[in-house]
Design a protein around this ligand. Structure first.
Ligand SMILES: N[C@@H](CCC(=O)N[C@@H](CS)C(=O)NCC(=O)O)C(=O)O
Length: 199
């Protein structure tokens, strides 16, 4: 497919992030139940959050980051109208996460005290906002205190792996910050920023 993420487990190849998460949770007996519970209702709810994610949170976050930052590095033009529309979808998605799935007292989605693959997928989606100008990031995320708390809970629950897998993102963030402070964030060479070819 030419897309990331993708995995190869022996001769079995798989793409699509959510299919990969479900496969990994089911393929290895040692994976704790809370990641993708055997209980039919909890599992079905997690599946519904994962499906919702793609056309809401992901669509909003990735379209916003593309049209405010990444487009020139992919040979595309920034589209302010698409960015404005995406910000609305992103903000309403963050509000829904708070009012529907973080409304209970638990530390994770669906009121849980341990994370599931839905926490991993949704928090990792939000992490791309780290690349944004700080003012934009605070404007979008600042009003969502429960979301900020939940991101920290997910980081803490998955340390040190969380920081390890986000190293590429943090390096790109530093490069963007350097470019901004040099007043030269209009470069059109992803190589100069050391960005991975697929982000
Ligand atoms: N629905 C897919 C989306 C994957 C996706 O959009 N991958 C992007 C990077 S974030 C990609 O590989 N783009 C390169 C391309 O499409 O050629 C998933 O959840 O895995």
């Amino acid at each position: 497919m030419g897309q990331v993420p993708a995995i190869a487990d022996g001769s079995f190849n798989l793409f699509e992030s959510h299919a990969i998460l479900v496969y990994l949770a089911c393929a290895f007996p040692g994976v704790a139940d809370h990641w993708y519970p055997a209980d039919l209702f909890r599992r079905a709810t997690i599946n519904s959050v994962l499906d919702w994610h793609h056309s809401n949170l992901r669509h909003g976050a990735s379209t916003y980051v593309l049209n405010t930052l990444l487009a020139p590095f992919l040979g595309l033009q920034l589209n302010p109208q698409a960015a404005a529309d995406a910000e609305k979808l992103l903000s309403s998605s963050l509000s829904k996460i708070e009012s529907i799935w973080l409304k209970r007292n638990g530390k994770f989605l669906l009121g849980g005290f341990q994370p599931s693959i839905a926490d991993l997928s949704l928090v990792c989606e939000i992490m791309q906002l780290e690349l944004l100008d700080e003012n934009d990031r605070i404007r979008i995320l600042g009003p969502h205190k429960k979301v900020l708390e939940w991101i920290e809970n997910t980081k803490n629950a998955t340390r040190p792996h969380f920081e390890e897998v986000h190293q590429v993102l943090y390096r790109a963030k530093t490069r963007f910050q350097e470019q901004r402070s040099m007043g030269a964030n209009n470069t059109n060479s992803s190589k100069r920023l050391g960005l991975p070819s697929k982000m």
